[in-house]
Ligand binder design. Structure first.
Ligand SMILES: Cc1ncc(C[n+]2csc(CCOP(=O)(O)OP(=O)(O)O)c2C)c(N)n1
Ligand SMILES: [Mg+2]
Length: 330
């Protein structure tokens, strides 16, 4: 990873952080409704892994904490914000909302509310890639608690058996809503669990983007070369509550303080400042530019976009041209 890459990644991660913080504000202002799960603290996971992959071409899937993954795949942040606002210009025409971001053009295959739902979908995507003979891969990002779902074990078994090109990335932020991992999970170290299926795995620091990138390079190479699935466990932390309805009362101040010192953006920023590649003023100017862009470009777009028409509320919710939906006729 050269200096130009690091500077770009710093900008991309800071953009993601500010985007999510602005979502928080818009929710408090009641501009965004429904569920909203934010990503601050975990940025190095999505950006580090995707840096080693082919964003927009490899197929990516994740859970409900999904805005940043979609943006990294190439989805337009304006369409994502408009989706959160429930507007017609949103990525799913405002019908999906935060947990159902989808952008097939950029191979971002969702955004799922069901914990563990994406594991088999990722295996299916990888099966399709393999049948087509492409060298794309499927990447499935999910949380630590999701690994306790049956779908995890069923999917990893089949993925290993069929040597499917799928990279499973566990963003282990130590909590499933308010339940700490050691209260719900017999084997806390997630990377060990996949040895039951003969899948190679690593546990790494998910806060240091350079570390994530390096590990992801190795994992992506393995998967793309046809050797079957790989599993990465990234140790990370979310800086906000699980969702907007979470008062975040179950974590100690000491723990939060410890992780705030391991902020992926600040760590990369300080490294670049120390190396004399950027100054504090450069960083501040970049931040201001990003904040302006989010306000003038993205928020303004979402605010000024039209609402879906009431009579069209159910339109686009089901695939209208799908023969199964119309009654099974082909
Ligand atoms: C099948 C299913 N069961 C339960 C829930 C409720 N639920 C929503 S998020 C969550 C915890 C998931 O935690 P984790 O997988 O660690 O992801 P994180 O939120 O930490 O990113 C649960 C149990 C759900 N959405 N779907
Ligand atoms: Mg978690």
């Amino acid at each position: 990873m050269n200096v130009a890459d690091k500077k770009r990644l710093l900008r991309e991660m800071l953009f993601a952080r500010r985007f999510e913080e602005r979502c928080y504000e818009a929710y408090v202002e009641r501009k965004i409704g429904g569920f909203l799960h934010l990503y601050p603290g975990q940025e190095a996971c999505a950006f580090g892994v995707m840096e080693a992959a082919r964003p927009g071409r490899d197929y990516v899937i994740t859970g409900y904490r999904d805005h940043v993954h979609a943006i990294r795949c190439g989805a337009d942040p304006k369409a994502i914000m408009a989706e959160l606002y429930g507007k017609e210009t949103g990525s799913s025409r405002g019908r999906g909302g935060s947990m159902h971001i989808f952008d097939v053009e950029h191979h971002f295959m969702g955004g799922y509310a069901l914990v563990g739902g994406p594991f088999p979908l990722a295996a299916g995507m990888a099966k399709a890639i393999k049948m087509k003979g492409d060298d794309d891969i499927a990447i499935c990002f999910l949380g630590d608690a999701a690994n306790n779902q049956g779908t995890f074990h069923e999917s990893l078994n089949m993925a290993a058996l069929w040597e499917l090109p799928v990279l499973y990335v566990c963003e282990n932020n130590l909590y499933g809503i308010g339940t700490r991992i050691d209260r719900s999970t017999a084997v806390v170290e997630q990377y060990k669990r996949v040895s039951a299926y003969g899948i190679p795995s690593d546990q790494i620091d998910g806060q240091d983007i350079e570390v994530v990138f390096k590990a992801a390079q190795k994992a992506v190479k393995h998967v793309r070369s046809g050797k079957g699935p790989y599993f990465l466990e990234l140790l990370t932390y979310r800086y906000r509550g699980h969702s907007m309805s979470d008062s975040n009362a179950y974590r100690s101040k000491d723990e939060e303080k410890m992780w705030s010192k391991r902020d992926p953006i600040i760590m990369l920023r300080d490294r670049l400042i120390e190396a004399g590649e950027i100054t504090k003023d450069d960083y501040k100017a970049m931040d201001t530019e990003i904040l302006d862009q989010i306000e003038d470009d993205i928020i303004a777009y979402a605010e000024s976009s039209p609402e879906p028409k009431v009579e069209e509320l159910e339109k686009y919710v089901l695939a209208e041209n799908d023969p199964w939906v119309r009654g099974g006729k082909n």
